[in-house]
Structure formats: structure tokens, C-alpha cells
Design a protein around this ligand. Structure first.
Ligand code: SAM
Length: 257
């Protein structure tokens, strides 16, 4: 696998033992549980994680980091892989199901990683992940707020997101331009039933793709088999809570409501 230039991989390494300790404590997996670290880099989180979870698996794309991890932690299961191409179901079948996930994410691919976790949710129990603070705040945002959008609806429907704590940019090396936060996603709760998740995703994306428009205008592009019920016609997407997006998708594709 070709090694991409480091700065494109979003490498900001953790240096503060307090923050490292708080992240490791937040994982909350029982002893012996299968834990997977995304993007371990030089191993700042890996060392304390491995001490607590000897069956730890690490997924890292950077060749140099992989060589370093293998030398430093001989018992660690290192996957030299792109997390976006990871087969979570196969990993769970091999390491234990459900998996517990942790990581200081490469920020430039936070959203695709999160959507990958959502798609794999039946094989996951909980993820504790650090990301850009603004993204974490969008995920937990309430309807009606400026930050509320695609990430809020999808993650609030299919996981239970909780913003655990904020992290200053001064505890990283090199210092990033943005502030960070640690978010937990629990996958053990109920998820919407009776709705096709691809259709739901399409409705949410289309509605927020033109978030200032009324739904009767933005959703015309969907070409769904059933008409938009009048109750939604003049509303804008940020006024719909996550459950309303489920009802709206059912109305458009199944004629319910
Ligand atoms: N966990 C370390 C820490 O906190 O000090 C490093 C975190 S750094 C923000 C992100 C790490 O993710 C880097 O080690 C980088 O090589 C790795 N990475 C970047 N893109 C990746 C990908 N697509 N798949 C797996 N790892 C990736």
C-alpha cells in the first residue's frame, strides 16, 4: 500500500496522560472484550489500552506507524489497512462480536468513518472517538439549531451519541488548528424499524442538501412513489426531529401517513 504524505493523514498525536487516561476509561468494555483501535499512530492510546485489553486490535494505514507498532507491541494484532475499507463483520467474526471501538480519528475522514460504523452497527457495541469539536457538536445537536443536520439525524437514529468531554488543541503534537472533543456512540439501543435505511439516508441528504428550502421544493428531486404529505410541504429540514424523518421516508416510499 502506498504511503501517503503524513500531513494528509491528519496526524496529530496525543501527549497529555490525563486526556489519554480519560479516553481509555471511557471505553467501558468488560475485561477480555474485543476492542479495536482506529489510527493508533505511534501508540499513545495503544499502550494503556493494551494493558487493559490484551486482545486489542489496531487498524492503521501508515506503513511506518505499522512497523513501529509491531516492534513496540509484539502481542498487538495490527491490521495494516484503510479503516474505510475495513470489513467490520469479518473482523467481528474473527476477534469477537460485538466489537468495542476507540480512537483519535484522522479528522479529514471523520464522517465516512462514522457512516462506516453505522453500517456495521450490528457488530458493534460502543465507539469512543475523538474528533473535531465542531463535528461532535453537530452530531449531538438538537432540531432547530444551526448545527443540526445529516450527521445529527443519522447518528441520533442509529446510535446513542453522547459528547463526553472537550479537548484543548494544546495537548496534541503538532498543535492542530481546531479544537477537539470525545464522543461516545452506543449501538445497543433500539433503531427505527420498518424503514429502509438507504432511502432514509437519501431523504435526509436531499432535504439538508438545500437546507434553506421548503421540503416541497428540496424533495421534488427525489421522485418518490408517493406524494409529500401536506403537513411537511412548507417545513424546512432543521424543524424535523430524527423520528419525523423516519415518518417522512415511510410516507414517501410506502404511502404511510
Ligand atoms: N492515536 C494516535 C494518537 O492519538 O496519538 C494518532 C491519531 S492521528 C489523529 C490519526 C491516525 O490515523 C494516524 O496514525 C494515521 O496514520 C491514521 N490514519 C489516517 N487515515 C487512516 C485510514 N484511512 N485508516 C486507518 N488509519 C488511518
Amino acid at each position: 500500500m502506498p504511503v501517503r504524505p503524513k500531513k494528509r493523514l491528519g496526524q496529530h498525536f496525543l501527549t497529555d496522560p490525563n486526556v489519554i487516561g480519560k479516553i481509555v476509561a471511557a471505553v467501558g468494555a468488560p475485561e477480555g472484550a474485543p476492542v479495536v483501535e482506529i489510527g493508533p499512530g505511534e501508540g499513545a492510546l495503544t499502550a494503556p489500552l493494551l494493558a487493559r485489553y490484551p486482545g486489542l486490535t489496531a487498524v492503521e494505514v501508515d506503513e511506518e506507524a505499522v512497523a513501529h507498532l509491531r516492534a513496540r507491541f509484539p502481542s498487538l494484532h495490527v491490521r495494516h489497512a484503510d479503516v474505510l475499507a475495513l470489513d467490520w463483520a469479518a473482523l467481528a467474526a474473527e476477534r469477537g462480536d460485538p466489537l468495542w471501538v476507540v480512537g483519535n480519528l484522522p479528522y479529514y475522514i471523520t464522517s465516512p468513518i462514522l457512516f462506516g460504523l453505522l453500517d456495521a452497527r450490528e457488530h458493534l457495541r460502543r465507539a469512543v472517538v475523538m474528533m473535531q469539536r465542531e463535528v461532535a457538536e453537530r452530531i449531538v445537536a438538537a432540531p432547530g439549531s444551526k448545527a443540526y443536520g445529516i450527521l445529527s439525524v443519522q447518528l441520533q437514529l442509529f446510535a446513542r451519541p453522547e459528547l463526553l468531554f472537550r479537548v484543548s488543541r494544546h495537548v496534541f503534537r503538532p498543535k492542530p488548528d481546531v479544537e477537539s472533543a470525545v464522543l461516545a456512540l452506543d449501538f445497543d439501543g433500539p433503531t427505527p424499524t420498518g424503514v429502509d435505511s438507504d432511502r432514509l439516508r437519501r431523504v435526509v441528504r436531499t432535504a439538508f442538501g438545500q437546507r434553506r428550502k421548503m421540503l416541497r421544493n428540496s424533495l421534488a428531486a427525489l421522485d418518490a412513489p408517493h406524494p409529500l404529505p401536506d403537513a411537511y410541504a412548507t417545513r424546512r429540514p432543521e424543524s424535523l426531529d430524527p423520528a419525523a424523518f423516519v415518518a417522512l421516508t415511510r410516507a414517501l416510499y410506502d404511502g404511510d401517513g
